[in-house]
Design a protein around this ligand. Sequence first.
Ligand code: ADP
Ligand code: MG
Length: 319
Amino acid sequence: MRVLLALGGNAMTNMDGRARVEDQLAAAQTAMAAVAGLVAERVDVVITHGNGPQVGNLLVKNELAAAVVPPVPLDWCGAQTQGTLGFILMNALDTALAERGLDKRSATVVTRARVAGDDPGFTTPTKPIGRFLPAAEAQLLVEHGETWQDRGEKGWRRVVASPEPLEILDGPAVHALVEAGFVVVANGGGGIPVVHDPNGSLRGVEAVIDKDLGAVLLARTVAADVLVIATDVPRAVLRYGEPDAEPVGLVTVAEMRRLAGEGHFASGSMGPKVDAACRFVEQGGSRSVITDLQHIVTAVADPAGQSAGTVVVPNPTGG
Ligand code: ADP
Ligand code: MG
């Protein structure tokens, strides 16, 4: 069995969202203990991860140091976080594998995701990134060509495009490593967005790809059977936060789409995960799972979703 594991922001930071070095190392340790559990079950694992807090920190450094060293573009920040997070995940994974006496090598591939230059996201940016700034400081960055929006009380915030990922250009390299038996970390932050210019050259763009959509594309690229979206709740929940809240266990993709249509899953948090889970199954995947790190191994071993996780499966055929 081959699993694509997508680690959410909170699987990579402290519970309170802080991304100090020690927070990230501790989070990586917890997540990779779960991965070692899967490897022990003879599962091929490909890992992808969010990078929001890490890129946010890099942007602050850019802002504060702009008068001394040139700021780097957002796609460079994406590449940097893929490298750094790949590094700490591999260290944590090697330790977790050694503890179980498992002989398996890891690798990280910095991956580019192609997006369309005319994606509507570029004309109407919607994805807020980085910290809030007072109007005067935001104005300076607007003069440097960035788009910032007045968000009221909290101040101004940068917004960028969130284009649809079309192709992972480095997918074949990831696939080859998986086939060769490596546990591969790839496509963090949804992939580094690049566009093909009319003259054929590739160019990084200042945009953010949804990590869960990037995960679906990577899952298809490596022919994964199961997409696991790891977050900080054991299951997606209907009427979330209300007295009659009800966790979703095993569900067909048609039913999950219907529930999403009723507005049960908040956009910007559970919504994109449910959408990604549905897409993977609609595109031929055998199962998607949404759960927390503690339940990954149990959920993967239990296709009926009885013990753990929200499990999205194909619609019955012929019905
Ligand atoms: P991550 O950082 O792991 O990618 P998010 O924080 O974006 O994850 O999304 C997970 C969060 O979504 C949960 O902690 C929960 O607060 C929120 N959430 C919103 N709607 C739901 C729902 N219907 N069921 C479960 N969690 C939900
Ligand atoms: Mg979160």
